[in-house]
Design a protein around this ligand. Structure first.
Ligand SMILES: [Zn+2]
Length: 155
């Protein structure tokens, strides 16, 4: 059996997030709100798995849950090479690469407290992705630049 199948095929229904940059599995778990949560399905986190593509990679397997598009975009922020495998009845029924959009709307908040998107006005946060790796995004309203650490604090 090829190694790939060994890691991927063990859950019945749910999602396998593969090709996460090594060291980022916990960030992904945090984004999905599964870090430190005791209810819900089984979550398996594999770190430093051998990978032809990345050398080493992390994986997160979530039993009984499929991801929504916002969650997929959040994962793309921190793991731009990740792939999402949807599993039903032990089969991979869908496999997609995450793709970081050029413009992010409503997913993250501006870290500048004076930014209009943080005022009481109903202004949806909007960011331009300036660089994927290392991550750098720029606020549409105030020009504030946020990096990965700033974004991680929000999840
Ligand atoms: Zn701003």
């Amino acid at each position: 059996m090829p190694k790939k199948t060994l890691y991927v095929a063990k859950i019945r229904n749910g999602t396998v997030i593969d090709h996460i940059t090594a060291g980022h599995a916990m960030d992904v778990a945090k984004i999905l709100g599964i870090a430190g949560r005791t209810n819900g399905g089984i979550v398996t986190i594999a770190m430093n798995v051998a990978s032809k593509k990345l050398g080493k990679k992390d994986m997160v397997k979530i039993e009984g849950r499929e991801l929504n598009p916002d969650e997929v975009d959040k994962i793309a922020l921190l793991a731009p090479h990740a792939s999402i495998n949807i599993i039903r009845n032990y089969e991979v029924i869908e496999k997609k690469e995450v793709k970081l959009p050029r413009v992010l709307k409503g997913i993250i908040k501006c870290a500048n407290p004076a930014c209009i998107s943080n005022s009481d006005e109903p202004v949806q946060p909007k960011f331009y992705v300036e660089s994927e790796e290392p991550l750098s995004v720029k606020c549409h309203y105030c020009g504030y630049i946020m990096e990965k650490q700033d974004i991680l604090k929000q999840f």
